[in-house]
Design a protein around this ligand. Structure first.
Ligand SMILES: Cc1ncc(COP(=O)(O)O)c(C=O)c1O
Length: 442
């Protein structure tokens, strides 16, 4: 029996046993070098020399808790405004650092509850916002319930927390199969959001992210939700934990719309893949509202000097290596190749994505009622297993039918071509099962 507890993403599958990494590759225990094709926490791949150097220097820094001021924390805040928030000066007010995306979301949601006096919170269909507190409450993908999934039955779910309203997800895909389009026809935005005003009227905040469940919403959806939130007195929180600072090919995914959030959460790649660090950016209006008040919570390791050094180093690399432009340029390449791949494989229901984050959803069991309680490895995990044998790590988000690609932002077009070729070959496994299923239907 392993001493290490297993969690949702590796349960039921053999997780790759990583012993090292460099550039866009992992080194596995069996000596193989495999492409890291799905790692939202590692924007610079592995062992980026400038990051490593910055952290070696930071190892000499003192331990300073959030309760004390620290010059490196002030510098990280300045860097975030000067590099990450450039062009956003008219609304962005202040930043606070914390440790994880989950925590950043929980903190912003509880602040919204305190400011509005409302308990309910809102998100959109198939959202994942984290595993603690209110962030878990608005994680509405059924299998991320935070309880225990038992393949033999007897799955145990924790009791519900805050009341949660769930908005319909946005449309917008690169590809949809004919069956998928017939099963879930796209609806005009006003129809889709018809119930939103009533939901947001009683909500402290609506939190929306830009990738989870394979939904990459566009500016129109964002602007419509933002306008409703403003009218109904709910805060709008943009969860940019995945998309912020690089992956979407712009500093923030919300820059695809004209509205600007009340609060933004960042995490994952913010520490360059080398430190656990997250952040909350609040608007100028909100910063003015907090002025003269003391926000009554505090963390021992939030804003730790080593994490602050990592943030500053990552932002400098993002700027100096012009990574946003690079991701933006690769976006077209991925869109073209994934479109071709999807059309070749009958098992593919849907492809959507942005920048260097892409989801390939397969036909198969409905994700809406799956609690990770089936004994067999889900189809997506089996396709990912085959991809690993062929030399690439492709992610599944622990879902049954979704595969996702999120390679390091430093990946080249040749390496991307190899990653997509491996995906292409591995999808044949899903095609075979799809064909058998279709024969059964006929
Ligand atoms: C959109 C989104 N928000 C929040 C989180 C939670 O971040 P963390 O895993 O750092 O707690 C995740 C993690 O996958 C995420 O994808």
């Amino acid at each position: 029996m392993s001493r290490l507890l297993r969690t949702g993403l590796n349960a039921g599958t053999e997780a790759p046993r990583v012993v090292g990494g460099s550039g866009v590759h992992f080194v596995l225990e069996d000596g193989r070098r495999v492409l890291d094709g799905s790692n939202t926490g590692g924007p610079l791949g592995h062992g980026h020399p400038r990051m490593a150097e910055a952290l070696r220097k930071a190892a000499d820094l003192p331990m300073v808790s959030e309760g004390w001021s620290w010059s490196g924390r002030d510098k990280a805040a300045e860097d975030l405004f000067e590099i990450g928030l450039v062009g956003e000066e008219s609304w962005a007010g202040a930043v606070r650092f914390c440790i994880s995306g989950s925590e950043a979301n929980d903190i912003t949601l509880s602040l919204a509850q305190a400011l509005t006096g409302r308990k309910a919170i809102a998100t959109r269909e198939r959202a994942y916002h984290g595993l603690v507190g209110l962030a878990r409450d608005v994680t509405v993908q059924p299998h991320w319930h935070g309880g225990l999934a038992a393949p033999a039955g007897g799955t145990r779910l924790p009791p519900a927390g805050a009341p949660v309203h769930v908005l319909p997800a946005p449309d917008g895909t690169l590809y949809r199969s004919a069956t998928e389009a017939a099963a879930r026809p796209e609806r005009p935005l006003d129809q889709r959001l018809a119930g939103a005003p009533a939901m947001l009227r009683s909500s402290a905040a609506v939190i929306i992210d830009y990738t989870q469940g394979g939904f990459y919403h566009d500016g129109a959806y964002q602007d419509a939700v933002a306008a409703i939130a403003r009218r109904e007195g709910a805060f709008w929180i943009a969860d940019e934990v995945v998309t912020g600072m690089g992956r979407s090919g712009r500093a923030f995914a919300f820059q695809g719309g004209t509205s600007r959030p009340d609060m933004v959460t960042l995490g994952k790649g913010l520490g360059g893949g080398m430190m656990a660090v997250a952040a909350i950016v609040i608007s100028k209006d909100l910063a003015a509202e907090l002025d003269g008040k003391s926000w009554q919570n505090y963390g021992t390791l939030r804003g730790h000097p080593m994490t602050m050094a990592a943030v500053s180093a990552y932002l400098a690399i993002l700027r100096d290596e012009a990574l946003l432009a690079r991701v933006h340029a690769l976006e077209g390449f991925y869109a073209r190749r994934l479109g071709e791949i999807a059309r070749r494989h009958p098992s593919v229901a849907r492809v959507a994505g942005q920048g260097l984050h892409w989801t390939v959803e397969l036909h198969g069991p409905d994700w809406r009622n799956w609690l990770a309680d089936t004994p067999e490895a889900p189809l997506a995990s089996r396709v990912a297993g085959l991809a690993l044998d062929k030399g690439a790590v492709i992610g599944t988000s622990g879902e049954q039918t979704s595969l996702f690609l999120a390679p390091p932002l430093i990946i080249s077009e040749t390496e991307s071509e190899r990653l997509l070729a491996i995906l292409d070959e591995s999808l044949e496994l899903a095609d075979r099962e799809h064909n058998v299923m279709m024969q059964g239907v006929q």
